[in-house]
Design a protein around this ligand. Sequence first.
Ligand code: CA
Length: 261
Amino acid sequence: MSPPHLHWTGTGLSHQGMVRTSNQDAFAVDNDQGLWIVADGMGGYTGGQVASALATTAILAHLQTVSLPATQETDQHAHVTGTLSQAIATAKTAIQDRIAKEPELRNMGTTVVTAWLLPHPIPSMAIAHVGDSRAYRIRGRQLEPITTDHSLVQQLVAEGHITPDQAHDHPKRNVITRALGLAFPSIPDVTIHPLEPEDIFLLCTDGLTKMLSEQDILTVILDSIKTPEKACQHLIDRTNTAGGLDNTTALLITPSHPTTS
Ligand code: CA
């Protein structure tokens, strides 16, 4: 059976929010190659913007040059993990090189979450992330987190010290344990998700997930899903209405093949 002709298109939007004076988030979209990236920079007024821009640019450039061999399914995970890890290592190197030239940027760093559409052998979405920028999948009108934050509160939840509800309001909820920067480990987690034709993915920064509940995020997306740019705008609007304490980026990846519903 030949694989169905399935296509997905990404639409992203970023906003500085209601409190911050600059936007240190960045995102990148290559719908032709099925590549989507969101990054959340940190480390001073200039540094965060530089780090997130360097990371999205480097990861996109790296993945645009690789072509996946038609490997067997059993080989795919190792190959994809290796390729995405290389792309993220390239981004870390770009940040380190910039710090070597401009030492005043030494505290800069960034999270990153990348989605990569793999057409073969089974149409799948590979997700790699470092830090607390997230990927969600919407399937059957349910929002499922498919990344686990590299953060202190996530670690405390995993070890049973606090509940997920306590994590949401925890004073140290902004402390991340991995990032692309000098002071952090930068190893990504990579997962591969076989696609169903109606699957939707959301990549976002913590500016969204700390201001809105997952139920609110799902409701806003489903209300406008036929026009993803409006759905992104509504997510930003809702976040800013809720206070907009941080920069917010939302990138929706939606089916652009003829739907079966
Ligand atoms: Ca943020």
